[in-house]
Write a protein that binds this ligand. Structure first.
Ligand code: PEP
Ligand code: MG
Length: 552
């Protein structure tokens, strides 16, 4: 943190973009009731057990209300977070531990909740994958709710927060974020919270600018002062000088204007300055995404992540269930190109019915196509569903986590065989995801088996830099816009100049790099639905002609 006279300038990591200003409201007690541990001296464990049951039932009811509210007001996918909270709350193992704590250790209901949930939270926080660590946050959220309910507190701590403020707090729990939607907070500054956390997801969906990883925030920022929050760059200016206020407001105005303009032109094609039309598609996971994408001017779906159809199930979906799910998800994009990516599970995306697949180094183990080749029934069900889908949609198939040319040859063989069986003469076009350096450097051999290549720059970066994409501790090693990544793209293009190239990783959604991507031979970009208008604008300001500097 640097201090300029009266003005403080701090920099953190933006986890939800946007510009906003407001007066700081420091919230120190977000972590819930400060309750010590107390034992039950009299033999009243029965009473404590029934208090716990009553609190659990009341929380369950609240969660159902929250889920409905979020579904209506924000996003149905986000509502699932509260469904997951219900599952945790009713988990037999957890309930058993709570009962034991009350009966055997004579703890009060509230103490039992505190002890057991803390134990569970620690277990999750020690796990390697970010998804598991985010679960730790969920556990903490439920623990606080339960203890509040046991203490008879019904008001949510965030209900006290003034409208329009810049909220400064240590961390945000998923249920806090929902309350923020009502309070019309202008921005949030956090000490902790990763870009992949549920809170970040909520904030992004609500368009709430949010900057995280600002250490010692609570003790250093002054309550009540004006703050200019630039969550595009991660810079916060507290007690700004007049000229800083003027220039910030100018920036806000021009961003609003640019946004308005891009929305007006979103339904028109994205044509570069040198007259090349670039296809702008969307990455989707559910029907809401597809609807949003089409309204925003997407020209189809460039990446349909099918994982949602597999999560929370005891057995994998069969062909009919998959087809049904695909039809529903893609309905809004009928008549346009839709690209179904085969199941990309393993590593940070585990499946309940594949628990047995424990590996010491899962990111380098059976992921994506590797797993599908090992379990051909999983592959077959998906390809059958895709072939059926192709009767109504303009479908493409994308193969995840390709490393070897034989990975794609195997899928092609299976697709051809099933096509014959189902008497489908024109097979969907097949694409390979380029997400490993080996695949980028084998583009020529891989291209012989497929119709297009799509760069998954998230994984490509993770595997090129050997840096976990979800691990904040190695964030400085994870740079998806580094020269080495563009170099890999360029090599693939030079080695296989005829094959159409697209990018569907996060890099495609960053306007500053669009020009450079086009100059590497990329002609299709697939981005998150809200980014479509902005990326189309970036294309219009770009040229496909590479300046000498980017050439090899
Ligand atoms: C990628 O790795 O860039 C990608 C698009 O796939 P996912 O983020 O789903 O792993
Ligand atoms: Mg990937």
């Amino acid at each position: 943190m640097s201090e300029k006279g009266q003005t403080l300038v701090i920099q953190g990591i933006p986890i939800s973009p946007g510009l906003a200003e407001g007066h700081i409201h420091v919230h120190r007690n977000l972590l819930g009731p400060i309750d010590g541990l107390d034992d039950i001296t009299h033999n009243n464990s029965e009473e404590e057990l029934s208090r716990l049951d009553a609190a659990t039932a009341s929380i369950s009811g609240d969660l159902a209300v929250l889920a409905t509210r979020v579904e209506k007001e924000i996003d149905s996918r986000l509502a699932e977070v509260f469904g997951a909270h219900q599952l945790i709350l009713n988990d037999d193992l957890l309930r058993g531990e709570l009962r034991r704590e009350i009966i055997e250790n004579m703890a009060s209901a509230s103490s039992a909740v505190k002890i057991v949930f803390l134990r569970w939270e620690k277990r999750f926080l020690l796990m390697e994958s970010q998804i598991a660590r985010d679960k730790g946050e969920d556990i903490r959220d439920i623990s606080i709710r339960l203890r509040n309910a046991l203490a008879g507190i019904t008001v949510h701590p965030l209900d006290e927060i003034p409208h329009g403020c810049v909220l400064v707090t240590s961390r945000l729990l998923p249920s806090d974020t929902v309350f923020l939607a009502d309070r019309s907070i202008s921005a949030v500054l956090l000490e902790y919270g990763s870009i992949g956390s549920h809170a970040a997801l909520f904030a992004r969906e609500m368009g709430l600018p949010c900057i995280s990883q600002l250490p010692n925030l609570l003790t250093t920022v002054p309550d009540g002062e004006l703050a200019l929050v630039d969550a595009d760059t991660g810079i916060v200016t507290i007690r700004p000088q007049e000229r800083q206020e003027v220039s910030f407001r100018k920036k806000v105005k021009s961003k609003k204007h640019a946004h308005q303009l891009s929305r007006e032109r979103a339904q028109s094609p994205a044509v570069t300055e040198d007259d090349v039309t670039i296809a702008i598609l969307a990455n989707v996971g559910c029907s809401d995404d597809t609807e949003k994408a089409m309204l925003n001017g997407a020209e189809g779906v460039g990446l349909y992540r099918v994982e949602l159809a597999y999560l929370g199930r005891a057995v994998p979906p069969d062909t009919d269930e998959l087809l049904n799910e695909m039809q529903q998800t893609l309905e809004a994009a009928k008549g346009h190109t839709v690209c179904v990516r085969l199941l990309d599970i393993g590593a940070d995306k585990p499946l309940p019915f594949m628990k047995f697949l424990a590996e010491t180094n899962p990111s380098l183990g059976r992921r994506g196509i590797r797993l599908l080749r090992e379990y051909p029934e999983l592959l077959k069900a998906q390809l059958q569903a895709v072939l059926e889908l192709a009767r109504e949609f303009d479908v493409r198939v994308l193969i995840p986590m390709v490393t070897l040319p034989e990975d794609v040859a195997a899928v092609k063989e299976c697709l051809t065989h099933l096509g014959l069986e189902l008497q489908i003469s024109s097979l969907p076009r097949l694409g390979a995801m380029i997400e490993t350096p080996a695949a980028a450097l084998s583009a020529r051999q891989i291209a012989k088996h497929v119709d297009f290549l799509s760069f998954g720059t998230n994984d490509l970066t993770q595997y090129t830099f050997a840096a976990d994409r979800d691990n904040a501790a190695v964030e400085r090693y994870f740079n998806d816009a580094a020269d080495v990544i563009f170099r890999l793209l360029r090599i693939a293009h030079d080695d296989a100049p005829e094959i159409p190239l697209s990018v569907c990783g996060e890099l495609a959604g960053r306007p500053d790099y669009v020009s450079r991507l086009l100059q590497c031979g990329i002609r299709t970009l697939s981005v998150a639905p809200p980014l479509v208008p902005m990326i189309k604008e970036a294309v219009r300001d770009s040229s496909c002609t590479a300046p000498q500097i980017w050439k090899r």
